[in-house]
Design a protein around this ligand. Sequence first.
Ligand code: AHM
Ligand code: MG
Length: 348
Amino acid sequence: MTDANSYTGKLVTIERYILEQQQSHPEATGTLTNLLYDLALAAKIIASKTTRAGLAEILGSAGEENVQGEEVQKLDAFAQRTLYRLNDHTGRLAVMASEEVEEIIPIPERFPVGPYVLVFDPLDGSSNIDVNVSIGTIFGIYRRKSTAGRGTLEDVLQPGRNLVAAGYILYGASTMMVYSTGNGVHGFTLDPAIGEFLLSHPHIRLTDKPKYYSVNQGYQPYWTPGVQAYTEWLQRDTPEKKGLSLRYIGSLVADFHRNLLAGGVFYYPADRKDPKKPGGKLRLIYEANPLAFLIEQAGGYASDGTQAILDIQPTKLHQRVPLFIGNRILVEQAEALIRTHDQTAVSL
Ligand code: AHM
Ligand code: MG
């Protein structure tokens, strides 16, 4: 059991914090507050499985039954189902969309609809599960645009600038939930002994002394000259900064989280490696936009190399986008070098 006396600071649960933030908006109906609670609950349920990853092989593999006679699911399918089931019936959402699902996810006819739109990547970095490396969930919340009935594709295809809230859950050495409703970025750490997310990182701001750059340097031969020049610039001492160290996990939430706390830049540029993915690998709606919203709230910036991620009007549900995200000064330099060296960078 957790000894309450072992906590030195004020104990603030995520529920209390979200509620206190809502109270500073007298016009709020509580719907967004409850939606964030639903996501915190989903986070706990998914975390309870990620900490048992690997045991499925002992207890039964995907598609088989485990010793309790339950069907064992792959973790990403489990995360998808958990998020869907916690949100399909609440009357808070008009529509959902997920990286794992090809079309928009309607709210079933038997349930009421509400004013918000939820987009999510249920388990990002899932190739890391088998090697016991951190993974994450990413989410974004919009207000619906359509005025009645079930939500539509148009409700989902909104620029990130319209986000009302966004966040992620990091399943790492501890589980953390980090979110913003447009009033700073706040981080909570799950205390597994009491099953509560406790405020551990209020008002996260990027440091002005960034430490890290994060990129899959294995793709360097396929980069454009602008991205090559940018990487060399990051490595050198320059008037703006000391040369940065390389850190790359290959799990976006974990890479983003480290750079948010320590300062730096993450990038997944457009490259010539896979001609079928000319816009890079990451998805605008489920990955780039929510994290871009958070980074701006923490004093940073996110770009596709030519413009702010948050200003891009999505045209397709699963649109990919090059991503440069982190300290503003570092991301703006990427834009400058891409402008100088690759006039054709985004139309590769
Ligand atoms: P996923 O959505 O299929 O899990 O892929 C996204 C992940 C990100 O977490 C990570 O930043 C990137 O893929 C790593 O890709 P790569 O292995 O090409 O460096
Ligand atoms: Mg993903």
